[in-house]
Design a protein around this ligand. Structure first.
Ligand code: HEM
Length: 509
């Protein structure tokens, strides 16, 4: 083998650099032409895609800034449905509500898969997928139904869960109060408050204390599982992680985080086994033990799938809502007038004597409008979660082959001036009609649409409402003197879209 390599390098050395470059160019061009010669494929327009690298060179030249806005100029050139190729992966970008509806709703039967073969996803869950976020076909449908009904059993939509969120909101207020109006970064404690809620659902309140060391009364301690989760959420490199370039972009040691995380969850399973009672299922971990003992449907309710649901809920239930709340405060410090108006409504409907409850929402249209505007301005999953075609599918007249990644550009829909006038300005009033009532819009798709629509939407809405109103009921948020206002448009675009770190002063009302 060494001899072969040596002979090759000697051969190329005799050719000289220009000949080698011509050789490589001809080879790449032939591969490119071959990849386009499949006459059955009728790709939508898009930038020229080179072999191996796809349209990465153009992305790099276009000075992309790793923002959800990066691809917007391309739609102006190629149209609302675009074909791009990143590395070896063909991807279709859908840039309007109508196209996303055509794909995710009308063609749901063939556009609801996840690209489990793509590098990053394959490394996380294996090429057959697992759990609910990254499972396909009949097993996904069954596991999704099971997850939703279990979430309801553990309190979603019930008073008991609402009370736990209210408790947490009270504790968050107390914790912020300790800052005495001085400048601080709210990011970590918002993350811990939201994480405590999903932890209660997944791990159960009492048992969580074992791993989180009485976490509910000490935000200063970083629970091990949360610190692993936060690092884990940063390992993705946007859509490039889906390509084989992921191998070079994501250091191998980063994937160890997954094992560390799984190990912590397994420890929790073992702890639950000691007090497990099949007639009293307390949380998702108990459910996991029950389901794997009962062997319901051995093809679907495998240990791997049910275990991964726990991980899915923990991952999906923390960073998403926490980032929405982080963006909410960014918009409040940028728009003190909106903050004041929301506080007036809170004072009128809730007063200062109690914490917000979901029933209040119907009587608080300005608050609801402000929350809708946060969801619209700052969609934390700007391109949603990748879909894939499970069969050849016709979209907007184009024939899209099986196993193509389909991304719904939620960000573009939410920032399209045809849907929302003056879209880059934060204007809660756009959600209110002349009588002050909230206007519903089918273009409001921060949680996506179709059978894959966010499974935690209900929980996210309860948490966002109670945490956000309780914060503004108790404090006025301001930017510390001498510091610049945090951007309400640009942020950190990794797996989720979060604001850049910022400080606030929380002045007691
Ligand atoms: C503001 C908060 C949130 C936003 C904006 C959001 C948004 C989304 C979006 C856009 C998707 C992709 C849907 C698709 O593939 O078309 C999704 C999927 C999902 N979300 Fe959320 N999410 C939020 C909070 C949550 C919470 C709190 C949970 C946990 C209970 C959760 C659990 C999930 C799950 C399990 C899926 C995958 C569903 C499936 O593949 O069938 N999300 N979410």
């Amino acid at each position: 083998m060494t001899n072969v390599v040596q002979s090759f390098s000697e051969f190329f050395a005799t050719l000289g650099l220009p000949t080698v470059l011509i050789f490589v160019t001809v080879l790449l061009l032939s591969m490119w032409m071959l990849s386009y010669s499949n006459s059955r494929v009728n790709w939508p327009p898009g930038p020229v895609c080179f072999p191996v690298v796809g349209c990465l060179p153009q992305l790099m030249i276009s000075g992309r800034r790793r923002q959800p806005t990066d691809l917007l100029p391309w739609y102006d050139t190629y149209g609302d449905i675009m074909h791009i190729k990143l590395g070896e992966q063909h991807m279709i970008m859908l840039g309007t509500y109508e196209l996303i509806e055509e794909a995710f709703v009308k063609n749901a039967a063939t556009v609801s898969a996840r690209p489990t073969w793509a590098y990053f996803i394959r490394r996380l869950v294996g090429k057959d997928g697992a759990g609910v976020v990254f499972k396909n076909g009949h097993a996904w449908k069954e596991l999704r139904r099971f997850t939703l009904s279990s979430l309801r059993d553990f309190g979603l939509g019930r008073k008991s869960l609402e009370e736990k969120i209210q408790d947490e909101a009270r504790y968050l207020v107390q914790n912020i109060e300790d800052e005495n109006g001085k400048a601080f970064s709210p990011s970590a404690r918002i993350g811990k408050a939201v994480n405590n809620i999903i932890s209660i659902i997944v791990f159960g309140a009492s048992d969580v204390h074992f791993i989180f060391n009485d976490f509910r009364h000490d935000y200063n301690d970083m629970p091990e599982m949360l610190s692993v989760l936060e690092e884990y959420m940063r390992i993705g490199q946007g859509p490039l992680s889906l390509t084989n370039f992921g191998r070079f972009l994501i250091p191998e040691k980063k994937f160890v985080l997954k094992d560390t995380f799984y190990c912590l969850v397994r420890q929790e399973v073992e702890r639950h086994r000691h007090s497990f009672d099949p007639t009293d299922i307390r949380d998702f971990i108990d459910l996991y033990i029950k389901v794997t003992q009962e062997k319901l449907d051995p093809e679907i309710y495998t240990e791997r799938n049910v275990f991964r649901i726990i991980v899915d809920l923990y991952l999906a239930g923390t960073d998403t809502t926490a980032n929405t709340l982080r963006w909410s405060l960014v918009h409040m410090v940028n728009h003190p007038d909106v903050q004041k108006k929301m506080q007036q409504e809170i004072d009128q409907v809730i007063g200062q004597g109690r914490v917000a409850k979901m029933e209040d929402k119907a009587r608080m249209p300005f608050t609801e409008a402000t929350m809708l505007e946060v969801f619209r301005m700052s969609p934390i999953l700007s391109f949603g979660v990748p879909h894939a075609t499970s069969e050849t599918t016709i979209l907007a007249g184009y024939t899209i082959p099986k196993d193509t990644i389909i991304l719904g550009d939620l960000y573009r829909v939410l920032h399209d001036k045809n849907n929302f006038e003056d879209p880059y300005n934060f204007k809660p009033e756009r959600w209110l009609d002349g009588d002050g009532k909230v206007i519903k819009s089918d273009k409001m798709i921060s949680f996506s649409i179709g059978p894959r629509v966010c499974l935690g939407k209900g929980l996210a809405e309860i948490e966002s409402f109670i945490f956000f109103t309780t914060l503004l009921q108790n404090f006025t948020f301001k930017v510390p003197e001498g510091e610049i206002l945090p951007s309400g448009v640009e942020g950190l675009h990794a797996i989720t879209f979060s604001p850049h770190d910022y400080n606030v002063c929380a002045v007691r009302r």
